[in-house]
Design a binder for this molecule. Structure first.
Ligand SMILES: Nc1ncnc2c1ncn2[C@@H]1O[C@H](COP(=O)(O)OP(=O)(O)OP(=O)(O)O)[C@@H](O)[C@H]1O
Ligand SMILES: [Mg+2]
Length: 405
């Protein structure tokens, strides 16, 4: 959810000001108007004497509870109806917390606060419980061309749908060269290219018609993979398609093509999770550095960008190490995959996923682990009906059915 809010924040200390500056940069607030004012809660009432309060006022207070309550009462006098107030204070005391909440404060955070705590507080105040459920968007992007990003996106989507035993939608956004159809052995004339070309006509019914089903849980929006049509994609069109698709499944996997355009940069900021795949060489490291300085910085620490090193040990003697990447980017790779031309080649030739081509293979297991990690859940609950005796129960039930008849 990207929030479009008007927020004014009052910082009494340089520490909280620094935190608020990072909150202002957060991608969830990229469409919000976020003003930081120097001076704490006590300066807020005078500030609003001749201005209207915005949707959210964040105030830092450094004094004791009595003074804080007096300052809040003065702020309440000038607040227009509907303004929400978050207080950042020094007192770690449940009574203070309760009193403030009773007084109508939306949230009380105790210093020192992290940017994440502040963003989470804003999200919990402004999320609409009646809004439709929205799936998590996982975007895959190659630091350079041909690094294996699409293969990994497809395999993560497939493994994820099996691990969670729930719906996953894969969107192949490589409009000219997409390979999801080949990799999953699917075909359709109705593609995501048509939807992106006419975003105003798109609605959920249309998207559902365009989805191609691979199995019980995995559905795909295929790319046209057509060189005959030069397509320019508008960032707004992409945003609209994502909004619709994410209402259809708890997870949406985006396979982004390796080129640089406004809509791709936009997708990388909008996605809840981004996995950048790179090969362990210097050119990949340089391009990752550019991505980390640009995109990863914009996503902020509440939505970190993940690094995946692929085809490890293809050039064992000359390759860069995961440590080289960590030293340059400041993040350790969240996964590495070995160079395995036999496994990847067989799967590609057969139109199969790695776990189908070679069941139980170490690489397929790593991809499942990666998929689970992306859900943020520590472990996925065992699938239904997996008790040792489920077959016995099943037989009994069938027997009873038969007898009834
Ligand atoms: N770890 C690996 N070992 C061996 N081959 C691999 C590995 N990972 C990917 N490949 C192969 O590399 C080739 C390129 O992969 P893929 O098309 O997924 O890359 P990409 O980054 O999406 O490329 P593009 O820039 O064209 O979008 C494929 O043939 C794939 O099977
Ligand atoms: Mg690709």
């Amino acid at each position: 959810m990207i929030y479009k809010l008007a927020i004014e924040a009052f910082a009494a200390t340089p520490e909280v000001r620094a935190v608020l500056e990072r909150v202002r940069e957060d991608r969830l607030l990229s469409k919000s108007k976020f003003t930081i004012v120097d001076g704490g809660l006590d300066t807020a009432p005078a500030y609003y004497a001749d201005r209207q309060t915005p949707q959210l006022v964040i105030v830092e207070e450094t004094s004791d509870d009595q003074a804080m309550l007096e300052h809040l009462a003065a702020l309440a006098e000038v607040c227009v109806e509907g303004t929400r107030v978050v207080v950042i204070g020094q007192l770690n005391d449940i009574h203070v917390y309760r009193t403030l909440i009773q007084q109508g404060v939306s949230e009380y955070l105790v210093s020192p606060v992290s940017p994440r705590e502040v963003v989470d507080a804003i999200a919990s105040i402004f999320s609409d419980p009646s809004a439709p459920a929205r799936g998590k968007v996982l975007a895959f992007y190659g630091a350079r061309g041909g690094v294996g990003s699409s293969t990994i996106a497809q395999n993560v989507a497939w493994s994820l749908s099996r691990a969670i035993d729930d719906d996953v939608v894969l969107v192949d956004l490589d409009l000219a060269h997409g390979t999801a159809g080949l990799a999953l052995n699917l075909d359709s004339k109705q593609t995501v290219g048509d939807i992106l070309a006419n975003p105003d006509r798109a609605d959920q019914v249309l998207i559902e018609r365009f989805l191609v089903r691979h199995d019980d849980h995995l559905q795909v929006l295929l790319s046209p993979a057509d060189l005959g049509r030069m397509m320019t994609v508008e960032a707004d069109a992409l945003e609209r398609v994502l909004e619709l698709v994410r209402q259809l499944a708890p997870y949406v996997v985006l396979d982004l093509p390796h080129h640089w355009a406004g809509w791709i940069a936009h997708a990388l900021v909008l996605a809840d999770d981004v996995v950048v795949t790179a090969l362990p060489d210097l050119a990949n490291l340089r391009d990752c550095k550019n991505l980390w300085d640009g995109v990863a910085a914009k996503r902020g620490e509440t939505a970190p960008t993940r690094l995946l090193l692929n085809r490890m040990d293809a050039y064992k003697k000359t390759q860069l190490s995961p440590k080289d990447f960590e030293e340059t980017l400041g993040v350790a790779p969240f996964a590495t995959l070995p160079f395995d031309p036999q496994l990847f080649g067989t799967a590609a030739n057969n139109g199969q996923m790695l776990g189908e081509a070679s069941k139980g293979h170490k690489v397929a297991e790593s991809i499942t682990q990666m998929a689970v990690q992306l859900t943020g859940r520590q472990q996925i609950a065992a699938k239904k009906n997996k008790s040792l005796f489920h077959w016995l129960k099943g037989d009994k039930a069938k027997g009873v059915e038969k007898r009834k008849r």
